[in-house]
Design a protein around this ligand. Structure first.
Ligand SMILES: *Cc1c(COP(=O)(O)O)cnc(C)c1O
Length: 373
């Protein structure tokens, strides 16, 4: 791709931070791990953080640590990343899909409230594309019904709701650091919690379920995993995190630049440019084609952009329609908005380092494709 969809911004100082670790014997479970965990916890204002090898691993640990089991139901949007379906089904937990708001792309608190049933044990909120869900209101609902609350904040590091960082509201929250996210560790993720018991359990499940506080002969009390992340990855993450605030400002400017060019086009619905109750952490710039466009229209534009060397993304295909989910989910009400948005959404190139000239080229190419001559 001449202009990729996403790209990490790696500075010489990031490279040096990684090399410094390589010159020590501590490539794993060393001081770089603890340093990264503490930096993330401090940034979020959350007591505990447990770094792992992916966001998906962090989600898996969250389900295990919050005691969600086979037969339990978890309320979740269908307009979401496949990791969510995979992890829930691995644990034989049934997703209950709720529809999203057409503009925020997140479920509303009212939709979540309406989806609660007798087997519901938890709500899994996704802060989609970095636009925060109204998580403080949702927190009140889950408290009232004695439900667990998990935040998938993988796309929303730095987003806020009424002055408080997302990821600090739930019983557990997860972030991910794949190279297309706001900061990267190459591969990596982290579980964040205010509950010391959850943090303790996540740490032992991360590494074979070995509980060092127990006698040597009986340290393995439950099924554990190999979800560790190396200090090499963590060093990159700590270096990247130190620049996050500046990065988020740059991403906000890129979004404004796209918005200025696309705002007045009748065939495009740009993403919301501000959040009345918080702060967006721009992950992707995902526009929607007009309501009367078909999936074929969107796919034609998507393919034409790729043919011209411009990255574009069709995320996400609704989870409830995946063959994997047949007979393994419940729906709360209609998922019409999810289906409509998913067939019309298109993410455009979005990364720190994207130039004004490139945005101009992306937009003029994109707009040209919408009005074929
Ligand atoms: C990136 C992401 C994840 C986790 O991704 P990994 O590839 O496992 O690190 C989970 N949920 C959402 C919404 C994501 O965007």
């Amino acid at each position: 791709m001449r202009i990729p969809l996403a790209k990490p911004a790696i500075l010489d100082s990031d490279v040096e931070a990684v090399i410094r670790v390589l010159r020590t014997p501590n490539l794993a479970m060393g001081p770089g791990l603890a340093e990264f965990e503490q930096a993330i916890a401090a940034y979020l204002g959350s007591p505990f953080a447990v770094a792992v090898n992916s966001g998906t691993s962090a989600l898996h640990l969250a389900l295990r640590c919050l005691d969600l089991h086979e037969g339990d139901e978890v309320i979740v949007p269908s307009f979401a990343f496949a990791a969510i379906a995979n992890v829930l089904l691995q644990e034989r937990i049934a997703p209950v899909f709720v529809d999203i708001d057409q503009r925020t792309l997140n479920p509303t608190p009212a939709a979540i409230q309406a989806a609660i049933g007798p087997r519901t044990r938890a709500v899994l909120v996704v802060h989609t594309f970095g636009y925060p869900a109204e998580i403080d209101v949702i927190r009140e609902i889950t408290r009232g019904h004695k439900l667990r609350l998990i935040e998938d904040a993988c796309e929303a590091l730095g987003a806020e709701v009424r002055g408080k960082k997302v990821g600090s509201f739930g019983d557990a929250a997860l972030f991910a650091f794949y190279p297309n996210k706001q900061i990267t560790t190459g591969e990596g993720g982290i579980l964040v919690t205010a509950d010391p018991a959850v943090a303790h359990r996540a740490k032992l499940l991360r590494s074979q379920g070995k509980d060092d506080s127990l006698d040597w002969a009986g340290q393995h009390t439950e099924i554990g995993y190999s979800y560790r992340i190396s200090d090499i990855n963590c060093a990159l993450g700590t270096a990247q995190l130190s620049r996050l605030d500046g990065r988020l400002e740059q991403r906000q400017k890129l979004a404004a630049s796209y918005e200025a060019r696309l705002r007045h086009h009748p065939a495009i619905r740009p993403p919301l440019s501000a959040c009345p109750f918080g702060r967006i952490s721009w992950f992707a710039y995902a526009v929607q084609l007009a309501e009367n466009s078909t999936r074929q229209d969107r796919d034609r534009v998507w393919q034409s952009l790729l043919d011209r060397g411009i990255g574009a993304g069709r995320y996400f295909a609704p989870l409830h329609n995946q063959p994997l989910l047949q007979d393994r989910h419940r729906r709360s009400g209609s998922l019409a908005v999810t289906e409509s948005v998913a067939s019309r959404v298109l993410a455009l190139p979005f990364f720190v380092g994207l130039t004004e000239d490139q945005i101009e080229e992306v937009c003029s190419t994109f707009l040209g494709l919408l009005t074929p001559t």
